[in-house]
Design a protein around this ligand. Structure first.
Ligand SMILES: [Zn+2]
Ligand SMILES: [Zn+2]
Length: 301
């Protein structure tokens, strides 16, 4: 039975004993989304918010909810999609994204690897001896930051949910990478910087299961397809491990995030000045070396 109104539930809550019906779940989900934005001060009035979308359930849920909230909180949104050039995957999700943006009346900006770097990812991996995810990790972040600036976004929102963050936190623990954890959290960066557009994660406290349920019940017509290059074996193992643990000990994921949020200000403070920001000699984007990672990879193609 639904915890609030005694009708049939659509989802069980973390403790697995009670659930929520469809309308109570929508209310719960949207409240948590809005509360996250308010609690972590993710958006201020009159800001121009870019929404990084992939065409998947997380980013479309994010776009839908920001669009719903924008007039009440007085900010504007535009979508940004990076087209890596992955046949049979990205071309399908672009269609979904275009249709979705059109229905909401949100402007969609598309930036492609082919236009920016000369080749689609499908061709890059034939030329480079690198894992596709390593190339994308660099190029996506590079283009999102560069175009967020060009499009004059104050911040860029991404569809990362609770599960994504829990996985990243644990991966950094297992691999002893606290300086990478310092860049996590619901909002990146310590203060505004002209060259680095701050990234915000309004789905931070909502689980994968909750986002999936929400997008399904909202009838977002999506082909639930995954990137064919999803080869991040380490992350997949961590995800399975945490899911098993959550099943056995409900509440584990929330505990990990809550304790992480507790220590995050200290980690950020510690690594605040660890890396001085320099500017790439080739493209003048911010980076930590003479030449940025994107230009380094580009020179090998
Ligand atoms: Zn109910
Ligand atoms: Zn560069």
């Amino acid at each position: 039975m639904c915890k609030n109104c005694e009708t049939n539930p659509v989802i069980l809550l973390t403790n697995n004993t009670k659930g929520l019906c469809k309308s109570c779940f929508f209310r719960y989900f949207e409240r948590k989304f809005n509360k996250t934005i308010a609690q972590f001060k993710l958006i201020s009035p009159n800001e121009r918010i870019g929404v990084a979308i992939s065409g998947g359930k997380d980013s479309l849920t994010l776009l839908y909810l920001l669009n719903k909230l924008k007039s009440k909180k007085r900010f504007t949104i535009e979508a940004l999609l990076i087209d890596e050039g992955i046949k049979g995957y990205r071309d399908n999700t672009i269609k979904d994204a275009k249709k979705f943006c059109k229905e909401l009346g949100v402007k969609l900006n598309i930036v492609s690897y082919r236009d920016e770097f000369g080749y689609p990812l499908d061709m890059m991996i034939k030329k480079l001896k690198m894992k596709p995810c390593s190339i994308c990790g660099v190029f996506r972040r590079y283009l999102i930051n560069r175009y967020s600036r060009k499009l004059k976004f104050n911040k860029i929102a991404t569809g990362h949910n609770l599960d994504d963050e829990v996985q990243s936190v644990m991966m950094n623990q297992f691999r002893n990478n606290p300086e990478i954890s310092a860049r996590l959290g619901p909002i990146t960066g310590i203060k505004d910087n002209k060259k680095f557009i701050r990234r915000i994660k309004p789905l931070y406290l909502l689980s994968e299961k909750e986002v999936t349920t929400y997008s399904y019940l909202k009838n977002f017509k999506l082909k639930f397809c995954e990137c064919p290059y999803n080869t991040e074996a380490y992350r997949i193992n961590v995800r399975e491990f945490i899911n098993k643990f959550e099943e056995k000990y409900p509440g584990t994921k929330h505990s990990i995030i809550n304790s992480f949020l507790e220590i995050l200000p200290d980690i950020k403070e510690k690594f605040r000045n660890a890396e001085e920001i320099r500017y790439c000699k080739k493209c003048s984007e911010p980076c930590s070396n003479e030449i940025c990672k994107a230009c380094e990879i580009r020179s090998k193609i």
